[in-house]
Design a protein around this ligand. Structure first.
Ligand code: PHE
Length: 442
């Protein structure tokens, strides 16, 4: 059964039938890796902060992860049926209280209360998700916003004010592909509140600021790799590209992708903030931009960290490699993996109940979600699973019943698992599936 209340960072919250936070996730709410000195997530935060001067951007790093459903979704214009709100995707404490899924949950409040023309937040965020080397139910985001007050701009020419600031941003050695127009009536519209010149200027300031940030990160990553491997410095320029995107709280919107080891890698989302947010914040004259970036994703590139579970490791062989770097960024070096332990693959195959099954449809084919299995696996095996894949799916031609087979890779980052240990964890997965979802094991 579910607990009546839960305590998070010293505060007590009542649960209701929406509650779906496993204790393993609850226990991570106090870790705050982004504030742990010399942790790679904290070092990455510092590098990004260094690009956004404290004279303009105020830094907020201690906001609590518990927010209201209103703050996380409604205040940002998410429609009532947005898939992100589903209990399969989001950790709820109760219907109106959840673990924030993104740092944008604090936008509405900061647009009202932040005393300067911009801010940066870093924080832990929570999402129910698959299990593999780049997904973990808790990760860290950094969000930035910058805005200008139309009523304080001389002659009311906001575009000129924005562009003047832009002139001070240094030039840098990277190639930028930006094939789409500054806005597009169907795909990426200008907001009715904004004039074309000011929206274009705000968009340009946003893009140049983030290009500068990415340049800073990758210059540091390349220097570190050269120093570690004694290789010749790279003379190829860094390649990035802007791709049109959609977020309910910005328009126009973009994602920034970086060319890395032969692939285009999406690293952040951003856009011109919806004017309705500034208006609701009681600041109708403010106009500006916002972005959000995943810190682990950046840290994995920066330090060549191969598995996201490592960030939560308390193993000295991991932590000691970053000591002293936060105050001396020139000492940054790629992570050297310690010996990899053998993988152990185990399959679990089962029949789902019929889609018309009673009992709230538990185990019903129509309600089944991969994330349900992921959570059973995390509960049973903690961080000892490297990844989980759906390897087979089958519908019985006569009964119409659905069968699924998942392959679980048991592999600890820290030690070799014994057979007995792996079998025990796998048995807990099987039992958990039967008990929680009423599936029939094949
Ligand atoms: N919050 C968005 C996400 O988590 C990122 C974002 C932030 C997009 C700010 C636009 C502006 O995907």
């Amino acid at each position: 059964g579910r607990p009546k209340t839960v305590e998070i960072n010293g505060k007590t919250y009542p649960t209701d039938p929406w509650f779906n936070v496993p204790s393993s996730v609850l226990s991570l709410t106090s870790r705050k890796l982004h504030l742990q000195k010399d942790h790679p997530v904290s070092i990455t935060r510092k590098i990004i902060e260094s690009v956004f001067p404290a004279s303009t951007y105020r830094y907020y790093n201690t906001f609590d992860p518990v927010v209201s459903t209103y703050e996380n979704f409604d205040s940002l214009g998410f429609p009532p049926d947005h898939p992100g709100r589903a209990r399969t995707d989001t950790y709820y404490i109760n219907e109106s209280t959840l673990l924030r899924t993104h740092t944008s949950a604090h936008e509405a409040e900061l647009f009202r209360s932040n005393p300067t023309g911009g801010y940066l937040i870093s924080a832990d965020v929570y999402r129910r998700d698959e299990i593999d080397r780049s997904h973990y139910p808790v990760f860290h985001q950094m969000e930035g916003a910058r805005y200008w007050d139309r009523s304080k701009v001389p002659h009311g020419d906001l575009a000129a004010a924005v562009l003047e600031d832009l002139g001070r941003l240094p030039r840098h050695d990277m190639t930028v592909q930006d094939p789409s127009p500054p806005f597009h009536a169907e795909r990426n519209p200008l907001q009715p509140h904004h004039g074309p010149a000011e929206a274009e200027a705000v968009g340009a300031h946003l893009k140049r600021s983030l290009e500068l940030m990415v340049h800073e990160i990758f210059t540091r990553a390349r220097k570190a790799a050269v120093l570690a491997e004694g290789a010749a410095p790279q003379d190829k320029p860094l390649e990035v590209r802007w791709v049109e995107a959609y977020f309910p709280f910005t328009s126009p919107s973009w994602e920034l992708e970086v060319h890395y080891q032969g692939d285009w890698l999406e690293i952040l989302g951003c856009g011109v903030s919806q004017q309705s947010l500034h208006i609701h914040a009681g600041k109708p004259d403010q106009v500006g931009w916002a972005f959000g970036i995943g810190l682990e994703r950046v840290a994995m590139l920066l330090f060549q960290i191969p598995d996201i579970r490592l960030f939560w490791s308390q193993d000295e062989r991991f932590l000691s490699q970053f000591r002293g770097v936060e105050d001396h960024l020139d000492r940054l070096r790629p992570f050297e993996p310690f010996s990899k332990h053998p993988p152990c693959y185990k399959d679990v195959s089962f029949w789902l109940g019929s889609s018309s099954a009673a009992g709230g449809g538990l185990g019903g084919a129509a309600d089944w979600h991969d994330n349900d299995l992921m959570e059973v696996v995390r509960d049973a095996a903690g961080d000892c699973v490297e990844d989980v894949q759906l390897v087979d799916r089958f519908t019985h031609p006569k009964t119409g019943r659905k069968s699924l087979c998942y392959r679980i890779n048991y592999r600890s980052l820290e030690r070799t698992l014994t057979n007995a240990e792996t079998n025990e964890m796998h048995q807990r997965v099987v039992d958990g599936l039967v008990k929680r979802f009423g599936v029939e094991i094949r």
